[in-house]
Design a protein around this ligand. Structure first.
Ligand code: BGC
Ligand code: CA
Length: 365
């Protein structure tokens, strides 16, 4: 937690430092960077007056636990910077989102930030931004590389989904290795697991699925998939899916459940609990792992119903997105010095994932 707060403070201070440096007023001290070096910010001749910054933000749908965390952090960071921001709900409809972007442009917003409904439909949004000469920052749903290259004022803020897949697989592998006798319920030497995936086509769903299984195999564990389906990132859908798997497979043949996010892991746990599992009796336990480290997931870890998760850092993803949009709207060059985050290939910010286990979950609460 301390580390995250530090990163947050640094990111805010750097942007503000760049503003102050440019305005030429007030501070004698250069703003520190996250890596301990000092900088004036790369703001020598740009217009850093945040009063002209108005960021129009489209979120694929407001009713998404993780994205709610990201958008709250975007709002808070805009307030910190003194930049205007307007966040709208695209209600999971790409056509609605396209209209919202048109409206933002007509209203004279000076930057766009978009969490696409369909990441393969980002191209037309970039064309709109480019026709209006506006910067556009995508987040959480990664556009295709050719779209990212089609305009110089497009950026992406996200996290390397492979990392989260690997970490969630490792959490299950560690459990398996530490509980050899009880974890292999049918004693066949193989781990029978169920995979509950996010929305098809989402890079996080595809890569978390693939890399979580790879991590198990890399740990030398023989695996057998006995169920795999999408619950669309959704808790209620995951409960229904798990009920169906329990009915078809029998609860005792399920040796682990890997979920692409925490909402679905919590939905799976509801189903297990309704069947008398994961309520504290060690002989009736199915290890479940998620991704995000949401507050309810950390709570489930404290009671032992959820084995582990992976921090998907909503705070830093929100701050990075807002900083880039604000600084680009203010005419600044986008560099680590101006936005507080390393910029890869001139366009990408990759916020690291963190493995969350029984040993460290309290640090995230
Ligand atoms: C999160 C999910 C969320 C999805 C939305 C993922 O990175 O892990 O919880 O539903 O993004 O796009
Ligand atoms: Ca087995």
């Amino acid at each position: 937690m301390k580390k995250r707060l530090f990163a947050l403070m640094m990111a805010s201070m750097m942007v503000m430092g760049a503003m102050v440096g440019c305005g030429g007023g007030g501070s004698d001290e250069p703003a520190p960077t996250g890596d301990g070096e000092e900088t004036q910010g790369d703001a020598a001749d740009g217009n850093t007056d945040m009063s002209n910054v108005e960021i129009g933000v489209c979120i694929y749908k407001f009713d998404d636990t993780f994205m709610t965390g990201v958008r709250n952090n975007m709002q808070a960071q805009a307030d910190t910077l003194g930049a205007k921001i307007e966040l709208v709900d695209s209600q999971n409809k790409q056509a609605t989102q396209n209209d919202q972007v048109d409206t933002f442009i007509t209203k004279g917003m000076t930057a766009l930030a978009v969490n696409p409904v369909d990441r393969t439909a980002a191209g037309p949004l970039v064309e709109k931004a480019s026709a209006a000469g506006l910067p556009i920052v995508f987040l959480n749903r990664e556009p295709e590389p050719d779209v990212m290259q089609s305009y110089d004022k497009v950026w992406y803020v996200g996290a390397k989904a492979e990392e989260s897949g690997t970490m969630s697989g490792e959490i299950i592998a560690d459990y398996w290795n530490a509980n050899k006798e009880t974890a292999d319920k049918n004693g066949d030497g193989k781990l029978q697991y169920i995979m509950v995936t996010g929305e098809p086509g989402h890079q996080d769903a595809t890569l978390r699925t693939e890399h979580s299984v790879k991590a198990l195999q890399n740990a030398g564990i023989e695996v057998e998939e006995i169920g795999n389906d999408t619950a669309m990132w959704n808790k209620v859908q995951a409960t229904e899916l798990m009920n169906a798997f329990i009915t078809s497979q029998g609860i005792d043949s399920i040796e682990a459940v890997l979920c692409n996010n925490d909402d679905m892991a919590l939905g799976v746990i509801e189903s297990l609990k309704a069947n008398g599992y994961n309520t504290g009796d060690a002989s009736k336990f199915v290890p479940v792992v998620g991704v995000d480290a949401t507050a309810p997931a950390l709570e489930a870890m404290s009671t032992g119903s959820l084995l582990g998760t992976v921090l998907n850092d909503a705070e830093n993803q929100g701050i990075a997105t807002t900083n880039i949009a604000a600084m680009a709207a203010a005419g600044q060059e986008i560099t680590q010095d101006t936005v507080g985050y390393e910029i890869t290939d001139g366009k990408y910010v990759w916020v690291p994932y963190v493995k969350v286990t029984a040993e460290n979950y309290k640090d995230f609460q």
